[in-house]
Design a protein around this ligand. Structure first.
Ligand code: ADP
Length: 450
């Protein structure tokens, strides 16, 4: 059944992004907002809006009852969760469906499976997808951790089963460090996720983070839209992403894509998803799957010429994809910079009033942002304020376009990471595409004089 009215259970740039896709498809939108977001751009542009609570996210954007009530009183027929907040909460997806609403995403069962990283790895192992070597399932005792670490050899990583946002992850470079890593990872996981289950992986010393974007309809069709290279990270959090990866060719992309789409077809997956891999010495190893739209999805849209949110809306309404893998073509290269309200040296949050805001423009430039001059960045939420995305015929052209776009962009009144991005584009190793997941930490330390 076609969707008529979609409630967008999010805020900021992603709420706007979803609103824009709905508008172009003739679908009405309902914004939800906390009291501090009453004048936010996502509220101003939506067809209707409902206040769902006070500023703290747990009382508003994570308040399932308030969001479902907002859907009921506005007569929405579907909910798009965006990313973050409730997007990977299987209970929420279940509640949405129990209220006869369409959840724009995968089934609650698949969200639950992939949210437990141990279950996710287990499923992928059974489907023949290569994994990072490590423990088969959760570690019951420290002794077990010691035995598995000896088998896969140091360095190793203790990771939280419920992990996310880079939390609950500790490296042990030798057996003498294992007990601390075990203890700290479990304590952090317990505090962050209320679940101290952990597993062990070999810690790869120079991998790239390469992920594959997939889309499935409810008729058994699965396609992929190629990879994104998200190796530029700080504290396991992505800062700049590219499509495609500077190190992959079409043959690598086709091989990985064929393996992944076969696995997801067997799983009966639906809607959008991303499989994350570490890539080292020409080998892919699965680490986790995200069952939602991702922050960095625009780089894929730019190289494939598709609108992933429209595709999500279409398949959620039960439409078949209407094309197959051979129809998916890749053109040129795209790069995204995540611009956050943070100090570019210390990364201390920098909420507050924006003075002048000026977005760059021109051919191949896209800015996804809910900013405007005079907007007050609230301290309560994620610090992402804008995504600058550029597309070029080649990677070199995309970099040149990124450099001039970063120079044009103005966000004053608050500290932002714009100066850091301007420094990255000038770096010779970045320009050569020669980096691993550890590159940015060293680059930042160098700028700090450390
Ligand atoms: P989260 O869900 O917290 O984001 P991930 O499993 O996706 O955790 O890992 C986040 C990042 O941590 C990866 O992109 C990578 O940089 C690093 N990482 C994860 N597993 C390993 C590993 N086995 N070896 C080296 N780095 C890793």
């Amino acid at each position: 059944m076609p969707l008529r009215k979609v409630l967008i259970a999010n805020r900021g740039e992603i709420a706007l992004r979803i609103h824009r896709a709905c508008q172009e498809m003739g679908i009405a939108t309902v914004a939800v907002h906390s009291t501090v977001d009453a004048t936010a751009m996502h509220v101003r542009l939506a067809d209707e809006s409902v206040c769902i609570g006070p500023p703290p996210a747990r009382d508003s954007y994570l308040n399932m009852a308030a969001i479902l009530s907002a859907a009921a009183i506005t007569g929405a027929d579907a909910i798009h969760p965006g990313y973050g907040f409730l997007s990977e909460n299987a209970d929420f997806a279940e509640m949405v469906e129990a209220h006869q609403l369409t959840f724009i995403g995968p089934t609650p069962g698949h969200i639950r499976m992939m949210g437990d990283k141990i279950a996710a790895k287990d499923a992928m192992r059974r489907l023949g997808v290569p994994l990072v070597p490590g423990s088969l399932g959760a570690l019951a005792t420290f002794e077990e951790a010691r035995i598995v670490a000896q088998e896969v050899m140091y360095p190793v990583l203790i990771k939280a089963a419920a992990g996310g946002g880079g939390r609950g992850m500790k490296v042990a470079r030798a057996e003498s460090e294992l007990e601390d890593a075990w203890r700290l990872a479990r304590a952090e996981a317990k505090a962050a996720f209320g679940n101290d289950e952990v597993y062990l992986e070999k810690y790869l010393d120079r991998p790239r983070h390469i992920e594959l974007q997939v889309l499935a309809d409810t008729h058994g069709n699965v396609v992929h839209f190629g990879e994104r290279d998200c190796s530029l990270q700080r504290r396991h959090q992505k800062l700049l992403e590219e499509a495609g990866s500077p190190v992959l060719g079409q043959a690598d992309r086709d091989a990985l894509g064929a393996q992944v789409t076969r696995a997801l077809r067997e799983l009966g997956y639906r809607n959008a998803g991303t499989l994350e891999f570490l890539w080292q010495d020409g080998q892919f190893a699965f680490i986790e799957m995200n069952t939602r739209l991702q922050v960095e999805h625009p780089v894929t849209e730019m190289v494939c010429g598709i609108d992933l949110v429209k595709e999500q809306l279409r398949v959620a309404a039960g439409e078949p994809l209407g094309y197959d893998q051979s129809d998916v073509r890749f053109h040129g290269h795209a790069i995204e910079c995540r611009i956050t309200a943070e100090d570019p040296q210390s990364f201390a949050p920098s909420p507050g009033r924006v003075g002048t805001y000026h977005a760059p423009g021109g051919l191949g430039v896209r800015v996804d942002s809910a900013l405007y001059s005079g907007y007050v960045v609230p301290p309560h939420y994620d610090s992402l304020i804008a995504k600058l995305v550029v597309h070029g015929g080649t990677r070199a052209e995309a970099i040149a376009r990124l450099r001039r776009s970063l120079a044009e962009m103005v966000v004053d009144g608050i500290a932002t990471t714009l100066p850091l991005h301007r420094a990255i584009v000038e770096d010779a190793e970045f320009q050569a595409g020669d980096y691993t997941i550890h590159w940015l930490e060293r680059f930042v330390a160098g700028r700090q004089g450390g």
